[in-house]
Write a new protein. Structure first.
Length: 157
């Protein structure tokens, strides 16, 4: 009877944790990094599915990326694997947030383009010892470095 009561207590606590995760009362990172004994028997997939913003697809993808089975229990996951799982999930969750806000997505893309322009300018200055690069100079460097075929001139009709 004692074992039955203990099992019921664990199941009730795990059910409460899933509800807290769903309500954002508890952070997913805290749960995954926790060493609490009562958590060690929970399946990682169950924990992921209880978190907001993570559905079946993302949970399965996270498990596949970290090479975990869908039935793996938290107690069997090593600390480095837990860290990789969190890193993957944090990256995925950020992608979802960026996609949901078009203004933020545009700002992010603009920042990336400006960074690439700066990088190309720096590379060209280092390679040629010249001032500001031109698009044709960038194309020539790309053709030389990466054995790209020359760009076709646009034919006007």
């Amino acid at each position: 009877m004692a074992a039955l009561a203990h099992g019921n207590k664990l199941r009730a606590r795990r059910k409460e944790l899933k509800k807290e995760l769903g309500d954002d009362d508890v952070r997913l990172a805290d749960v995954l990094l926790s060493e609490a004994e009562w958590l060690q028997g929970m399946r990682v997939r169950e924990i992921l599915l209880a978190a907001p913003g993570i559905g079946k697809y993302k949970a399965n993808r996270a498990l596949r990326v970290t090479m975990l089975s869908s039935t793996t229990r938290l107690g069997k996951v090593s600390p480095p694997t837990r860290e990789r799982l969190l890193a993957f999930l944090e990256g995925s969750l950020q992608e979802v947030q960026v996609r949901s806000d078009p203004a933020k997505q545009i700002a992010d893309l603009t920042e990336r383009v400006e960074g690439l322009e700066t990088l190309v300018a720096t590379l060209l200055q280092n390679d040629r010892g010249q001032g500001a690069p031109t698009p044709d100079a960038a194309q020539r460097v790309a053709e030389e470095r990466y054995s790209l075929p020359p760009r076709r001139e646009e034919v006007s009709s």
